[in-house]
Design a protein around this ligand. Structure first.
Ligand code: B12
Ligand code: SF4
Ligand code: SF4
Length: 307
């Protein structure tokens, strides 16, 4: 197989495993992102997410993270659900967290892809990541032409919108590289205007420490009382900036059975959530990413909505 055949093989295999798309970039230093990441950290826009301060150099250069790596193979995996919570007054859970924790689901697929590359192409070494290491997932997806970075800072495409995860294989194989696509945000500012906490502080810039997703998932302490009443009823994550994006009108439902929620998650009423017990929490969120907040975190969030 020559380089082009190897590249095509990887992209075809990715599709077969259920990835929405696959794009590839030469591994190396992310020059444009470096000053942006530095400024974001200096402004403390990561809040209490101390892990974002770690491995600054590795985060900007995957060849430091995976020695001898040559290529970053970026992959998108759809999580857009066909059904959402039934009770419109119930506290809301972000769509990405409806089913089985994506870290496990996607990691398995990445391992399969790497295995299949090794079987067909040969002695290829590398590592698989999905939101699991100091890698700028979005920057690599953009570089590899999988979408553009929207003003809400998520990666989106004209055909698929933005309700997908980003993963990558960083491998020591030279491949054919893709080019970025055009930004189609134009004069739209729907996401900036709709953000309930004004966390999108500039076009393409999100102050992580102001995002509902941060408060409801990452923040371990008490939620500051100044932002009371601004959560738009979100108890885990927030989808507002993506829900209002015109390009998400074209989102199609995923077909990953593991991402289907437990029926209770969709049917629970406002009252059910307010009275949720540890037992119900364990049942509804078995193997779910919501476990990250634990029972105590989720009930803290629900109480905050009612204050
Ligand atoms: C930390 C983090 C968060 C934090 C901070 C958010 C953030 N925007 O950084 C919090 C907890 C708030 C968060 C929330 C969410 N997250 Co998050 N998060 C991450 C994580 C771990 C790191 C992101 C990061 O590096 N931030 C650092 C800052 C500096 O990066 P940035 O905000 O993207 O900044 C860039 C732009 O500002 C840009 N920029 C600056 N100026 C300009 C100017 C121009 C002209 C341009 C073009 C660009 C540009 O350059 C910066 C550097 O690249 C990634 C996983 C990963 N390892 O990458 C997931 C990740 C970004 N999250 C993801 C998701 C799904 C979410 C939520 C939608 C979850 C939810 N529903 O609640 C929300 C969305 C909030 C939002 N609008 O960003 C997905 C995004 C998938 C996608 N389609 O893009 C990721 C990639 C996880 C994954 N692997 O799938 N997240
Ligand atoms: S996820 Fe919600 S709070 Fe965070 S930037 Fe988007 S709209 Fe704002
Ligand atoms: S809502 Fe508008 S500005 Fe925001 S990402 Fe979508 S197209 Fe871009």
């Amino acid at each position: 197989m020559n380089t082009t055949q190897q590249t095509n093989f990887i992209k075809t295999e990715a599709k077969r495993l259920g990835f929405l798309s696959c794009g590839i970039s030469k591994a190396g230093f992310l020059e444009e992102e470096a000053p942006r990441l530095e400024a974001w950290l200096k402004k403390n826009q990561h809040g209490e997410m101390a892990y974002m301060e770690n491995h600054f150099d590795k985060r900007l250069d995957p060849t430091l993270l995976v020695p001898s790596s040559k290529s970053v193979v970026s992959l998108l995996f759809n999580y857009f659900p066909s059904k959402t919570q039934k009770d419109a007054t119930a506290p809301k859970i972000s769509k990405y967290a409806y089913g089985f924790d994506y870290h496990y689901v996607i990691k398995d697929k990445l391992k399969e892809l790497l295995f299949s590359i090794q079987e067909t192409i040969g002695d290829v070494h590398g590592r698989a990541f999905v939101d699991s290491a100091p890698v700028l997932d979005k920057a690599w997806a953009v570089k590899s032409g999988l979408g553009w970075m929207g003003k809400h800072s998520n990666v989106l495409t004209q055909k698929e919108g933005s309700f997908y995860f980003i993963a990558e294989l960083i491998i020591d194989l030279e491949l054919d590289y893709d080019l970025p696509v055009t930004d189609h945000c134009g004069s739209c500012t729907a996401c900036i205007d709709a953000c309930p906490t004004e966390a999108i502080t500039s076009e393409y810039g999100v102050d992580g420490s102001k995002c509902i997703s941060y408060f409801t998932i990452e923040l371990k302490e008490q939620i500051p009382s100044e932002i009371k009443g601004q959560f738009d009823n979100w108890m885990f994550g927030c989808d507002v900036c993506q829900d209002v994006c015109p390009w998400n009108r074209f989102s199609k439902a995923h077909n990953e059975p593991l991402f289907n929620p437990k029926p209770e998650l969709l049917s629970m009423t406002k009252k059910d959530w307010e009275e949720i017990t540890q037992e119900t929490f364990n049942k509804v969120f078995k193997n779910s990413a919501v476990k990250r907040t634990k029972y105590s975190g989720l009930t803290r969030n629900i109480r905050f909505l009612n204050q």
